[in-house]
Ligand binder design. Structure first.
Ligand code: ARG
Length: 466
């Protein structure tokens, strides 16, 4: 049997394989509520414009509500022969209200319909992600505030570089997440134009009111070019690229958690709630959630790549290739949401091991830069010379396998005779971090101030969203 929605010029139904490759209902049924909202807005506009009689429009709207109820109750039967969510809904509407159901598809096409449904889904999901990211920022800010003056080693090349505070490290992620949220909000704002009424590709000769449907669906305006309206998937790509960058950020902290929670580092304890044991090695506490967050960045970035490659080289306007846009976006955004939730839980429960952090902060000659700075400040030495002198002192300490502050003044004076006792005042880790008061520096007073101001800002935002 040929397709009852578009089979007019077909004498035979599709090959079974054709049906399998063609159908999207397996995944686009996720768009049912957006599809029904779009159809309701469309038919109401058709009635307002006198294109469809008011009582037909009312029957269509009521039928659509019934269908929504059926889908939500789990009593709706999705049919692969009907390809996609749009035709599944329309066919059921015909069962429910008879031939007038056929008026719904006046002045539209599945091309503008799917573009609209999908935008609505992406838009709503970006809004949810933004709220989740705000919660994660709050979790980091709380840790930063609590541990604003707890010292830890700061790393470059994963080698001890200079001491920093644990709070400062937490606040670095607050900044990253703020940029992630900026990208999400920016993408959301740019995508908020309604393609409905672009019809198949060229617009329609019916006197539709695209501003009315755009407004009804919460869009800022209709898209300005019908060809672009049906063929644009930038909104999906921008969502995926924002998601990819965010996932990349999460993977960096996930990696740090894996390293920090290892027996070799012992910087933090991850909560039992986000760790697993080993079935053979009783001593193990594995950071599985962190590892999975780290790994999921791979599939999210993969999803972005996949859609970029689907879209690359597609001639205007719609091509069926574009049906391959949805699974990547669903996969990426749902997994990102899960990662953010897992990360929020891990950060909230995170227990820094202050003793280990302090011990590690002082090892590895982490205050060598402070010594060089002291030579510049107190003895008026050019920095390059100070760097050289400090290097010799570090080499001397390393040869004896001791920390810098364990060298005696006499030993130091063999390298630089004018060094005084005062030098020891900068060799302590606490002094080192406290001295870094420049804007953006790691000094505890800075961290406290930043944490407090972010907390205020985020709580205000959170209240405004509720
Ligand atoms: N299921 C299709 C998709 O997701 C809907 C649009 C189909 N349009 C068409 N001309 N065949 O892209």
């Amino acid at each position: 049997m040929s397709n009852k929605m578009w089979g007019g010029r077909f004498s035979e139904g599709p090959d079974a394989i054709m049906e399998e490759i063609n159908a999207s209902i397996g995944f686009d049924q996720k768009l049912y509520s957006q599809d029904i909202a779009g159809s309701k807005a469309h038919v109401r506009m058709l009635a307002a414009q006198g294109i469809v009689a008011a009582d037909d429009a009312k029957a269509i709207e009521d039928g659509l509500d019934t269908i929504k109820g059926e889908i939500e109750a789990g009593s709706f039967t999705f049919s692969r022969a009907l390809e996609d969510i749009h035709m599944n809904v329309e066919s059921r509407l015909a069962d429910l209200i008879g031939p007038k159901a056929g008026r719904l598809h006046t002045a539209r096409s599945r091309n503008d319909q799917v573009a609209t449904d999908f935008r609505l889904w992406v838009r709503d999901t970006l809004d949810t992600l933004d709220v989740q990211l705000l919660e994660l920022q709050l979790a980091f800010v709380a840790k930063a505030d609590e541990f604003a003056s707890a010292v830890m080693p700061g790393f470059t090349h994963l080698q001890s570089a200079q001491p920093v505070t644990f709070g400062h490290h937490m606040m670095a992620y607050v900044e990253m997440l703020a940029r992630d949220r900026g990208r999400v909000q920016d993408a959301r704002q740019r995508m908020n134009e309604c393609p409905l009424g672009s019809a198949a590709l060229a617009g329609t000769s019916f006197p539709i009111d695209r501003h009315m449907t755009a407004k009804a669906l919460g869009f800022d305006r209709p898209t300005a070019n019908s060809l672009d309206g049906v063929s644009d998937r930038d909104f999906a790509l921008e969502a995926l690229s924002s998601a990819s960058i965010c996932a990349m950020h999460l993977s960096r902290f996930a990696e740090e958690l894996v390293i920090w929670s290892s027996a070799q580092f012992r910087f933090v304890k991850l909560s039992d709630k986000f760790s697993t044991g080993s079935s053979i090695m009783p001593q193990k506490r594995n950071p599985d959630a962190a590892e999975l967050v780290r790994a999921k960045s791979g599939r999210i970035i993969g999803d972005l790549n996949a859609l970029l490659i689907v879209m690359k080289g597609l001639p205007l306007a719609y091509s069926k290739d574009m049906q391959e846009d949805k699974e990547q976006v669903f996969d990426a955004l749902q997994n990102l949401s899960l990662c953010i939730a897992a990360m929020t839980g891990m950060v909230k429960d995170l227990e820094p091991n202050l003793k280990e952090l302090k011990k590690a902060a002082g090892s590895g000659y982490s205050t060598a830069t402070d010594l060089a700075d002291w030579l510049v400040r107190t003895l008026g030495m050019p920095f390059r010379n100070a760097h050289h002198v400090t290097g010799s002192l570090v080499a001397m300490a390393a040869e004896r396998s001791i920390e810098l502050h364990k060298l005696s003044l006499e030993d130091m004076q063999t390298v630089e005779p004018t060094i005084t006792e005062d030098v020891f005042s900068v060799l302590s880790v606490d002094k080192s971090v406290r001295s870094r008061t420049c804007y953006g520096g790691t000094a505890p007073v800075n961290v406290k101030k930043q944490a407090k101001s972010w907390l205020k800002k985020l709580e205000k935002e959170k209240a405004a969203k509720q």
